[in-house]
Design a protein around this ligand. Structure first.
Ligand code: BDP
Length: 680
């Protein structure tokens, strides 16, 4: 097995679980989505029960029936309709006219599609058909993958091969892989895909590329996935031959209206635009002295007649913000609350800097009560060891989503205030899609969290492990245990106690806390850690950048004092002396060392766990994962050693007794280079 089948493997269930066999699949409807659901059940149930489960018109005893709620075999479920809303489903074993049926019902075909996948998941995770009783509806409306794919086939921050989209061959060649991509997304409830990089090329909005995007939209449609495009703000100049892209210029607005009309003529259910503007050198409204709201609303007006939305990113920082990069998004966007059009969502990264192994929640959550917000997570592991390190992101998603902004009193969680969730995709052309088997879990977990942001990461890990390997407790327990602490381990060996942005220049691979000479201050790791002979950390209190004032008063109050700041975020908010006393009794320096060593030890433990699973896992997936864990174990040590060597060169402190010295001197680590690193 090479991992191509993801979590949709449908290998035969153990014999005793195959007792109650489904005999046929009956679809009460002819839409392409209903067909997709029935086909998936036929494939899935056929595989799981090691038999052929054919489509039929008559719902005999033992059939699986797909029906709209209140109709046909789902007539008796009518009362559940209001509880399912859009996209929700119910799967029940009911008796209709003396026949025992499994009914998958929903208000819409999308719900039936999701219910079908839920039924398969139920079986794949070791439950029996006879006991099925499922009901669920998504808590978040927009559940979107953002592909940072370029038109030349490369993927920004992609570590799983080239782009899935073969722009050259599209729209004519419709690879089966596109369908499998859509199936995988539908199985976890993802309902949108932004096809191209946020650092967008205007060409993606030309007629040539619209036709190609339309072909993908046609393939994805039966799976409930809408296509979106990243729009380059200066496209009216580059492909429209106007002299300006000023959002207040009527000609510019007219150009975007015509462009939207053209796109909708080819893709009637086009989702809308994702926009990175006035950010990291991208063109935007600020080039013309206009605000983000002016820019977003102009695009929103073009899409509104067609029902499309604008996902406007709040990832902005500029070189003339000398004080603290972490503050800028809030400073730019908070004053605009309530000024965005109804079909604009402001898309905010989970933390205020940039997808670090750990960040506190972004202060815009809770600060934009009159603006629909989307949260953006990175599924691809740009700052987390690329594709090679085993880092399960469930706990990262969970930590941010459960964070209490206190904006409207206790319980104002991030999860409760989002209208959409975007994940920067980690998929590419690798046979296993994501560069490793365990990276598939991050795609999976993202979808499950987008469906229900109050999910528990451990439950998702267990589900994924059962589907991906086997619903055998011996396998699931061990795999889930490996995953559970893997993100914390990466934080420990890379950026413990609230440190951030210490990675190598450009590629963001490996340790480089010493880098200090890059043109813009906020590109340098030293800007973030501020280590001196006296202490370490970024003072964001009133005596420093005052960034904590961007949080609601009860949160800010807690962050003001290092003693009440969560330890995991300590050096994010405070600059402390190396001999600062930690609750453990250790000095800050000793505590840092403990964390580095803990991270390394966890990786070794994961290796041990994996080795113990050898007889339970097919050889191809076993061997590749084992090799990657070997890389991770070496690189966790490298991170630890390079970091300690550097901190010691700054603080001149000895290592605590009994602690292993770095394998090399600092000069050795500084000389490391990675000409072959993706993204260099
Ligand atoms: C950073 C990436 C960069 C992206 C940028 C973004 O390093 O490649 O373009 O975020 O989100 O994480 O726009």
């Amino acid at each position: 097995e090479d991992g191509y089948d993801l979590w949709l493997r449908y290998r035969p269930l153990p014999a005793q679980a195959r007792a109650n066999r489904p005999v046929a699949i009956v679809a009460r409807g002819t839409s392409s989505m209903m067909q997709a659901a029935a086909d998936e059940l036929s494939r899935g149930l056929g595989g799981l029960f090691a038999t052929t489960v054919a489509r039929a018109d008559h719902a005999g005893d033992g059939a699986v029936v797909l029906a709209r709620i209140g109709h046909d075999e789902a007539a008796s479920l009518r009362a559940l309709g209001p509880r399912l809303g859009d996209e929700g489903y119910v799967v029940r074993r009911i008796t209709v006219a003396g026949r025992a049926l499994i009914v998958v019902a929903a208000n819409d075909d999308r719900g039936i599609l999701y219910g079908s996948f839920a039924l398969l998941r139920w079986l794949q995770t070791g439950h029996t058909l006879g006991a099925v009783a499922l009901m669920s509806r998504p808590k978040v409306k927009l559940r979107v993958l953002d592909h940072w794919d370029n038109l030349n086939g490369s993927v920004e921050r992609g570590y799983a091969g080239q782009s899935l989209w073969d722009w050259w061959m599209l729209p004519d060649v419709r690879e089966p892989r596109y369908v499998d991509y859509a199936r995988a997304n539908a199985s976890i409830g993802i309902n949108g895909a932004v096809l191209n990089n946020v650092n967008a090329s205007a060409s993606s909005l030309t007629q040539r590329y619209i036709r190609k995007a339309a072909a993908l939209a046609d393939i994805f449609r039966p799976y409930g996935i809408k296509v979106y495009l990243s729009a380059r703000f200066s496209a009216p100049i580059e492909i429209g031959h106007l002299s300006t892209a000023d959002p207040n210029d009527p000609q510019v607005a007219a150009w975007w209206r015509a462009k939207a009309d053209e796109i909708y003529a080819a893709i009637p259910d086009f989702g809308g635009f994702l926009v990175k503007a006035s950010s990291e050198g991208q063109p935007g409204p600020q080039d013309y002295g206009r605000s983000h709201a002016d820019g977003a609303n102009m695009l929103a007006a073009a899409l509104a007649p067609h029902g499309g939305v604008v996902m406007w990113r709040a990832f902005v920082y500029a070189h003339d913000n000398p004080e603290d990069r972490a503050k800028q998004a809030y400073d730019d966007f908070h004053p605009l609350d309530g000024r965005f059009a109804d079909n604009v969502l402001v898309q905010v990264k989970n933390g205020p800097i940039d997808f670090q192994p750990r960040e506190p929640f972004h202060p815009l959550f809770g600060a934009m009560p009159h603006t629909p917000l989307m949260i953006e997570f990175q599924i691809t592991k740009e700052y987390l060891g690329f594709a090679s390190h085993l880092v399960y992101l469930g706990p990262l998603f969970e930590e941010t989503l459960r964070a209490d902004t206190m904006a409207k009193g206790a319980g104002s969680t991030v999860a409760g205030m989002i209208s959409g969730m975007a994940g920067v995709a980690n998929v590419g052309r690798d046979r296993d899609w994501t560069g490793s088997i365990f990276n598939q879990a991050n795609w999976y977990a993202f979808g499950r969290y987008a469906w229900d942001p109050t999910s528990a990461s451990d439950a998702i890990a267990r589900e994924w492990a059962a589907m991906t390997f086997a619903p055998d407790p011996a396998v699931v327990d061990r795999v889930a245990r490996m995953m559970a602490g893997s993100r914390e381990a990466a934080v420990d060996y890379m950026t413990p106690l609230g440190l951030a942005h210490l990675m190598g220049t450009d590629h963001h691979y490996g340790p480089a806390p010493w880098v200090s000479a890059l043109a813009r201050p906020e590109w340098n790791p030293v800007y973030y850690h501020r280590a001196t002979a006296d202490g370490i950390g970024f003072d964001r209190t009133a005596s420093g950048s005052k960034a904590i004032a961007q949080y609601a008063p009860p949160v800010a109050q807690r962050l003001r004092d290092p003693a009440t700041t969560p330890e995991r975020e300590l050096l994010w908010f405070h600059h402390l002396r190396w001999d600062y006393r930690m609750p453990s009794g250790h000095s800050l320096w000793e505590e840092l060392v403990v964390h580095y060593d803990r991270g390394v030890a966890y990786v070794d433990q994961m290796r041990g766990d994996w080795t113990a699973l050898k007889s339970n896992i097919d050889s191809e997936r076993f061997e590749k994962t084992a090799a990657l864990l070997g890389i991770q174990s070496r690189e966790a040590r490298w991170w630890r050693d390079a970091s300690l060597a550097y901190w010691m060169s700054v603080n001149h402190l000895p290592l605590p007794p009994g602690v292993r010295a770095p394998a090399h001197d600092l000069a050795w680590y500084k000389a490391e280079d990675f000409p072959d690193a993706p993204g260099h």
